[in-house]
Design a protein around this ligand. Structure first.
Ligand SMILES: Nc1ncnc2c1ncn2[C@@H]1O[C@H](COP(=O)(O)OP(=O)(O)OP(=O)(O)O)[C@@H](O)[C@H]1O
Ligand SMILES: [Mg+2]
Length: 221
């Protein structure tokens, strides 16, 4: 499903080069549950952004469902992101001063799903992450952990085949983190592929495979 061949990423800012990923090769099969671990700055978020087709590599090839991502135009990329991939960002990326309900329905509005169905689906996932009693609260009135759960609900509404989550439990108390892991495990049992960044060994232990990054390289533990 996911295949990376010699993926490298170099950031260039004002003449300063940072090599974030160095010739990464790996595959993720449909239905896998993979955790990505590694020190701060090792390239985890960069890798996740490439997997989510949000950023392109400096060199190397990324195949998603057999398709070379580099050959797609912006509209095709936007469609893949909307239809195939559920993304939970490290920084949540919620719309500020906007209700939970509106944040969660937004991807469905982009996809042109009718309003009745949008609300039905949004309620289902807001309930799943335990925020039904706050559905009309604004995103800036929520705790970090609650915002995290809104981001998770939003990532699921389009029923993506792949869920990419960058530190999905990073701001969450451990009992809540366990309930999020239960949601991920259930989604994985239903056949979704999950790739999750975490720095917590307890959280990584929920995954079936753990990948380690160090200084932009994939390493064994
Ligand atoms: N937009 C950018 N411009 C320049 N350098 C960047 C940019 N984004 C990331 N980097 C650099 O690339 C390297 C990898 O960053 P990345 O965000 O992928 O690390 P990470 O493993 O996710 O770290 P953390 O655990 O702290 O989130 C770091 O050295 C970082 O400073
Ligand atoms: Mg990161």
């Amino acid at each position: 499903m996911i295949s990376l061949k010699k993926i490298s990423k170099v950031y260039r800012n004002d003449g300063v080069e940072t090599v974030a990923l160095r010739e990464i090769n790996f595959e993720i099969k449909k239905g896998e549950f993979v955790a990505i671990m590694g020190p701060s700055g090792s390239g985890k978020s960069t890798l996740m952004h490439i997997l989510g087709a949000l950023d392109s590599p400096t060199s190397g090839k990324y195949f998603l469902d057999g398709q070379d991502i580099a050959t797609l135009n912006d509209d095709q990329l936007a469609e893949i992101r909307n239809q195939k991939i559920g993304f939970v960002f490290q920084s949540f990326n919620l719309l500020p001063r906007t209700t939970i309900l509106k944040n969660v329905t937004l991807p469905m509005a982009y996809a042109g799903i009718d309003i009745k169905r949008r609300l039905e689906i949004a309620h289902k996932y807001i309930d799943l992450v335990g925020l039904t009693d706050r559905i009309d609260h604004l995103s800036n009135q929520l705790s970090g952990g609650q915002q995290q759960r809104v981001a998770i609900a939003r990532s699921l509404v389009m029923d993506p085949k792949i869920i990419l989550a960058d530190e999905p439990t990073g701001n969450i108390a451990s009992d809540q983190a366990e309930s999020i892991m239960k949601i991920f495990k259930d989604l994985n049992k239903q056949g979704r592929t999950i790739v999750m960044i975490t720095h917590e060994p307890d959280i990584a232990a929920h995954a079936k495979r753990v990948i380690y990054l160090r200084d932009g390289r994939l390493v064994k533990k």
